[in-house]
Design a protein around this ligand. Sequence first.
Ligand code: NAP
Length: 287
Amino acid sequence: MSKVGFLGLGVMGYPMARHLARRGHSVTVYNRTSAKAKKWVEDNGGNAAETPAEASRDQDIVFCCVGNDDDLRQVTIGESGAFHGMRKGAIFVDHTTASAEVACELFAAADANGVGFIDAPVSGGQAGAENGTLTVMCGGDQQTFNAVSGVIPAYARSVRLIGSAGSGQLAKMVNQICIAGLVQGLSEGVHFAQKAGLDVEAVLEVISKGAAGSWQMENRGKTMSEGRFDFGFAVDWMRKDLSMCLTESRRNGASLPVTSLVDQFYADVQKAGGGRWDTSSLITRLR
Ligand code: NAP
C-alpha cells in the first residue's frame, strides 16, 4: 500500500480519491474549498491538508484532478504548490484534462526536482469515476508509468502509456474530437425522431444495438430526449478541451472542420446559460 496525496475533490476527484482509500492506501486530500476536504475525510477517513505542498509532503504518489492549465500550474509550481513538498523519487500523476504543452512544462519542472510526472487524463465521466471504471491515457517515462500502473486501477478499468510527456493529453484530444461530432449527430437523430413523432426511447433502444450505437447513445440518449442536462460533463469544460484541440491542430496541421463547428455550437449553449449543463445539451440549439 502507498502513501498518497490527492489534489482537487471535484465531480471526478472526490470519488477517485475514495476508491484509493477503499483499496487501503493512506490518503491525504487537499481541496481549494476546504469544506469539501473536511467532508471527504468524514466520509472516507485519511487526512486533509491546508495546501497542496502539505498534502504532497513525504507521499509516494500525488494525484491531481483540477480544472485547467492555470489551475494545474497553481497547485504544482505555484506558491505552496505540490512540487515544493514532494520528496525525490516520488511521482505526480495528473488527471486534469490540460494542454500537452503544460504537461511537458511540468514534466521538466518535476524532473529538475527528482520527481516523476505522468499526464493521465481520463475518460468515462462522472459515472466512470463513481464506479471506478475510467479509461486513463498516459504520457511520460515507462519506468515512472510502471510504478503507478498498479495503483491507478483502483478507479480505472483501462490504463495505457501512449508515449512521452504530453502524449496522454494528445490522446485525450483525440477522444474529445471523436465525441464532438458524435454528440451533434446524436442530437440531430433524437431531434429528427421527435419531429417525426416516433417513440424516441424505442428507436434508441433498437438502433443502439446496431452500427449507430455509442457510449453517448447508451448513456445520454434518454436524458437528451427528456431535456435533462443538470449532471455530467460541463459544456464549459468541453469548450476548454475543444479549444486545446483546435490550438494543437493549428500546430500540427490537422484539419478539424466539424470539431470547429461544434465548438461554436457549444458557445451558443453557453450563451443560453448552459455552461454547467452536460455536453448532451447540444440538442437544445435545435429546438
Ligand atoms: P469540478 O467538479 O469543477 O472540480 C474541479 C476541482 O478543481 C475542484 O476540486 C476545484 O476546487 C479544483 N480547482 C479548480 N481550480 C483550482 C485552483 N486554481 N486551485 C486549486 N484547486 C482548484 O471539475 P471535474 O468535473 O471534477 O473535472 C476536473 C477535470 O477533469 C477537468 O479538467 C475536466 O475537464 C476533467 N474531466 C471531467 C469529466 C467529467 O465528466 N466531469 C470527465 C473527464 C475529464 P473547488 O472545490 O475549490 O472549486
